[in-house]
Every structure is written in structure tokens, then in C-alpha cells.
Design a protein around this ligand. Structure first.
Ligand SMILES: NC(=O)c1ccc[n+]([C@@H]2O[C@H](COP(=O)([O-])OP(=O)(O)OC[C@H]3O[C@@H](n4cnc5c(N)ncnc54)[C@H](O)[C@@H]3O)[C@@H](O)[C@H]2O)c1
Length: 304
């Protein structure tokens, strides 16, 4: 029998457009903290927003898709009335939008402890070196890389100003998590050159910023998810053949779930990871360690 999971996902995707809300209970690993999450309207960002709230965190859910962000804020308001959730529109390809989002967090809650630079795109026209058009390259870099840079920039400025209150477990500094990808660590013969390059740059940038700000109490880590059952990938893999082309390489015999990344993000956000900075934190079901892939019947061990 599969072990009973500690948490259930906020949203269970039945298909790309249909989902159900599931119920979870409250804990306190992020009590009194404030988080800003980009791309919070879907997938990893949505699950992380709800999980962080469950752990006692006030959350600013930002997304270019404001309806998705509002949906997340509503889930939080219903389940966790002790914390506050705000939904705002923020396009991470625009520096002013990110500055405004950080300003909103500080204005509303007086501080910013956690910045989760998670929004990203994988453009359907992204291809190999010969076929990828410059406009696709530039758009991908603008969102996936520049958006993360700006997120780091304004979060660092805010985290330096965070007031310390020992009685509430609050201090100057904070935790910044940047979503990269397993494709930043290994090559794929199904190319998405701009996406891969943008995620590799996120890893390099995050490591360097982690060193620059290590003595300020600001930790920066990258999250490297494996292939997930979220709209970003499932919309891209719109045929069974495309799915199977990937599936054969997945050691566990399944795609990952957004909630499995949210739990890793919670670890990086909380003091549980207090001695970690500059890491490429890989949550990929073993994919980046595989040479000859596991075979055998798929068992639903440990599924959330
Ligand atoms: N799904 C995967 O297989 C996978 C694997 C590795 C890494 N990732 C990364 O994880 C992150 C989250 O992806 P997901 O799987 O949860 O996908 P998702 O499509 O479920 O969510 C992405 C969210 O980002 C938002 N977004 C897109 N462009 C934006 C912009 N310019 N400004 C603000 N928000 C914007 C979308 O509206 C959406 O709500 C991305 O950075 C993605 O590259 C995903």
C-alpha cells in the first residue's frame, strides 16, 4: 500500500483545463513570514502559494494571468483565514511590474522574507539552433531570465530592510528561490534551445548572487524540477507519442506533480534549509542520474 501523504495538493489536475480542489490542514514552518510568488496562477506557483499559506505565511500571488492568481488567493482565504493572500497582476518581463509587486508585499505586510521567482514559459516555436527565431529567443530570455534577475534585484533590496523581531522569529535577509529546470543540467534530443539556455543562465546567476549576498543573510537557491504534469509541459506534449518519447527516460515511470516541487520550494523557503545557498536543488525523479533507465511495472509508490 502507498504511504499516506502528509499533504494533498491544492489542485488536482484531471486534465489541462479541469481540476478539483483538495483539502489540506495547517502547520507553521513559515509562521509570520511574507512570500511573493511569480507564476502563482498555475502549477508549481499555485501549489506553493497554498502550501506556504498552510505553513502560516502571508502570500502575494502574482501572475500575468490574474484570474489564476485570484483563484489561488480564494483557496487560501477559504482554508487558512489566519493568513492573508493578495492576488496581483505582474508580467515578469516588465521590470516595473516586478518592482510594483515587491512594493505591494512590503506595503501590505511590512517585509518580504521569501521571493519565489517561478514564472516561466516554454514557447511552442522554440526549437534547435537552425530553426529558432530571434523573437522566440528574446521573448524566452525576457521572461525566464531577465524576469528572474529583476525578481532577485528587488527582493534583495527589500530583504535588506526587513526588521528583526526575535519574538516572532523574524530577521533581516530572506530566501530567494529561482525555478530553473533539469534541462539546465542535461541535454535533450528534443530541442528547446532558448528555454534550455535561459534555465542554464538561471543556475549560473543564482550561484553567483548566492555568493555575493551570503553575508547579508540572503540565501539564493535554484529549484530544478523534472518533467511535470502541469499545463506548461502537458500543453506542449499534446500527443501520446510526444509523451512516450519522454516517458521512456523517466526512472520512476511517471511525470512529476506540481505539489512535489512545492514541497521542495517550502524546504528552500524555510529555516529547514538554513545552511543551504547557491545549490542546484534537483527534484526530478532521478532523471538526471539515469544512464540505462529502469524498467518494470509502474507502481504508484509515494504519489502525492
Ligand atoms: N512543467 C515542467 O515540466 C517544468 C519542468 C522544469 C521546470 N519548469 C519550470 O517551472 C516553472 C513553473 O512552471 P509550471 O510547470 O508550474 O507551469 P504552469 O504553466 O502551470 O505555470 C506557469 C505560470 O507562469 C505564468 N506566466 C507565464 N508567463 C508569465 C509572465 N511573463 N509573467 C508572469 N507570469 C507568467 C503563467 O500564466 C502560469 O500561471 C517555470 O519556470 C517552468 O519553466 C517546469
Amino acid at each position: 500500500m502507498a504511504p499516506k501523504p502528509e499533504y494533498l495538493p491544492a489542485v488536482t489536475y484531471l486534465s489541462h483545463s479541469s481540476f478539483i480542489f483538495t483539502h489540506i490542514f495547517m502547520s507553521g514552518r513559515l509562521r509570520n513570514r511574507v512570500a511573493l510568488i511569480t507564476g502563482a496562477g498555475s502549477g508549481i506557483g499555485l501549489e506553493s502559494s497554498v502550501l506556504f499559506a498552510q505553513e502560516g505565511c502571508h502570500v502575494v500571488l502574482s501572475d500575468v494571468n490574474i484570474d489564476g492568481a485570484k483563484k489561488g488567493a480564494e483557496i487560501i482565504a477559504t482554508r487558512y483565514p489566519n493568513v492573508k493572500a493578495i492576488a496581483i497582476k505582474c508580467d515578469v518581463s516588465r521590470e516595473q511590474d516586478i518592482k510594483d509587486a515587491v512594493d505591494t508585499a512590503v506595503k501590505e505586510f511590512g517585509r518580504l522574507d521569501i521571493m519565489f521567482n517561478n514564472a516561466g514559459i516554454m514557447h511552442p516555436e522554440d526549437d534547435n539552433a537552425l530553426n529558432t527565431e530571434e523573437r522566440i529567443w528574446d521573448l524566452t530570455m525576457q521572461i525566464n531570465l531577465k524576469g528572474v534577475w529583476w525578481g532577485c534585484k528587488y527582493a534583495i533590496l527589500a530583504m535588506r530592510q526587513n526588521p528583526t523581531d526575535d519574538s516572532l522569529g523574524l530577521h533581516t535577509g530572506g530566501s530567494i528561490i529561482n525555478t530553473a529546470s533539469f534541462v539546465a543540467l542535461m541535454g535533450a534530443a528534443t530541442p528547446q534551445l532558448a528555454y534550455t539556455a535561459s534555465k542554464g543562465a538561471v543556475l549560473a546567476m543564482t550561484r553567483e548572487l548566492a555568493m555575493v549576498h551570503a553575508r547579508e543573510g540572503i540565501r539564493l537557491n535554484s529549484l530544478c524540477p523534472g518533467p511535470l504534469k502541469t499545463p506548461l509541459l502537458m500543453d506542449f506534449l499534446n500527443t501520446e507519442e510526444k509523451k512516450q518519447r519522454r516517458m521512456v527516460h523517466l526512472p520512476m515511470g511517471r511525470f512529476g506533480e506540481a505539489i512535489e516541487q512545492a514541497k521542495a520550494a517550502l524546504f528552500l523557503a524555510s529555516d529547514d534549509s538554513s545552511y543551504m545557498t547557491g545549490t542546484d536543488f534537483t527534484v526530478d525523479g532521478g532523471l538526471s542520474s539515469a544512464y540505462v533507465t529502469a524498467i518494470g511495472e509502474f507502481r504508484e509508490y509515494g504519489l502525492p
